[in-house]
Design a protein around this ligand. Structure first.
Ligand code: PMP
Length: 416
């Protein structure tokens, strides 16, 4: 077993469920791996990502400065001075924490402002906030579809979506990734057997950077009439001139029933939302994660508000991100990298062989380029990859160095 992913898959397929046995397998693998490669699994940032000098700290205490490629702060707003100042004022005025769930009075006027602002931005009647994107998906997907409904979801959907549908009372079936024909065949096959069909997709897929064919899916919706749910975690704030998202960008917002996103990526805070008709938001207020979970804090809400204001005011930021995305993709393609069908600022470098993937990631780290290997269970066993997530504070120099080093190391390991 040459990766944690393979260990996890092995435990699952051999039905090894005992806590002690599972813990031993994982620990043994980590110890072996540390001895073998000298690459420690546990690493963390000295401070939050700055992109100018991100210092990685190893368990041993060693520190190393790296160009960081694995955080989702697409617009680098996590280091925006105005946003930080406002959040500090909010902390002084509102205090820390929120004390309880949204339904038992954990929300402040700032949360309400965030909901209004988001609903207006994405073009929906209302938005409802959750403490993370994960629980927003879990709440909505488990609670919206009923006993006699069917959920049809893209095979590459995020774990929060899968967990949501596992908790729901509905039946579910997947369709081939971004394959509208397969989706249509599933709809045709099942449409008379269920009260409602819910189709769930992501506007940009978190592990591959592929964009969803939203226009085609919407024309299917017009033909067959189903509920459409789009997770915009990787597009909210960075598509559309003011960050309205990819549904807006494609001109289909009105046809999408539920627009969901996290607030931890482009808006550099924490939290999640579902934006939809008012009546569905009222329904979602009775979902367990809304009733029984603490909500995001007023300071988190303030960061979202200020981030959206910054995005709306500085429309150059989104353009800059896409310009850099185009530049980096061109460089990588010239060097012979296969970027699959990816388009968003998530750039995958596919390396099927687990050992090679780990060696490449390790060698990149020693050259000051930090990204984490993406393996099972995030993707299928033989579909490992390095994921480079662009943000606007990556300079052209950072991009060039990264591509050159990547080329050198990938050639060494015969990946390209
Ligand atoms: N959906 C997608 C597509 C995601 O990539 C993520 C986060 N990785 C989530 C939902 C969950 O968001 P959060 O991190 O805010 O829980």
């Amino acid at each position: 077993l040459s990766s944690i992913g393979e260990v996890l898959a092995y435990l699952k397929s051999n039905n090894i469920i005992n806590i002690e046995k599972r813990a031993k397998y994982i620990q043994d693998f980590i110890n072996k791996e540390n001895r073998y490669t000298g690459y420690e699994y546990d690493r963390y940032l000295e401070y939050g990502a700055s992109n100018l000098s991100n210092v990685i700290t190893e368990n041993s205490g060693n520190k190393k400065e790296c160009i960081l490629w694995c955080v989702n702060h697409y617009l680098s707003l996590n280091r925006n001075k105005t946003i930080i100042e406002k959040a500090c004022d909010v902390l002084r005025k509102f205090g820390t924490g929120c004390g309880t769930s949204a339904s038992s009075c954990g929300m402040s006027s700032l949360h309400k402002e965030v909901e209004k602002k988001i609903a207006k931005l994405v073009g929906k009647e209302k938005a409802i906030l959750f403490p993370t994107g994960f629980t927003a998906n879990m709440a909505a997907i488990s609670y919206l579809a009923g006993n006699n409904d069917l959920i049809i979801f893209d095979r590459e959907c995020h774990s929060s979506i899968i967990n949501g549908l596992k908790l729901s009372n509905a039946k579910w079936v997947s369709f081939k990734h971004n394959n509208v024909l397969d989706l249509e065949s599933k709809i045709v096959k099942y449409k008379n057997s269920y009260d409602n069909i819910f189709v769930i997709v992501e506007s940009a897929y978190s592990m591959s950077g592929d964009l969803a064919p939203l226009k085609e899916i919407v024309s299917l919706k017009k033909q067959y009439n189903f509920y459409l749910y789009v997770d915009e975690a990787h597009t909210f704030g960075i598509y559309g001139d003011k960050g309205q998202g990819y549904c807006y960008n494609e001109g289909v917002s009105e046809d999408v029933d539920f627009i969901m996103s996290t607030l931890s990526k482009s808006t550099a805070s924490i939290g999640g939302f579902v934006a939809t008709k008012e009546k569905y938001c009222s329904l979602l207020k009775w979902s367990d994660p809304y009733v029984f979970q603490a909500c995001m804090t007023p300071a988190d809400a303030s960061v979202v508000l200020s981030s959206i204001e910054e995005i709306e005011r500085n429309t150059w930021m989104i353009k800059e991100l896409h310009k850099k995305n185009k530049y980096m993709r061109e460089l990588l393609k010239i060097k012979g990298f296969n970027l699959g069908n990816s388009q968003s600022p998530i750039i995958p470098i596919f390396i099927e062989d687990h050992k090679k993937l780990r060696m490449v990631v390790k060698d990149l780290y020693y050259e000051g380029i930090y990204s984490t290997p993406i393996c099972y269970p995030a993707v299928k066993l033989r579909e490992g990859r390095i994921r480079l997530i662009l943000n606007i504070s990556h300079t052209e120099e950072n991009i060039k160095i990264t591509v050159d080093v990547l080329e050198k190391i990938c050639k060494r390991h015969k990946v390209i």
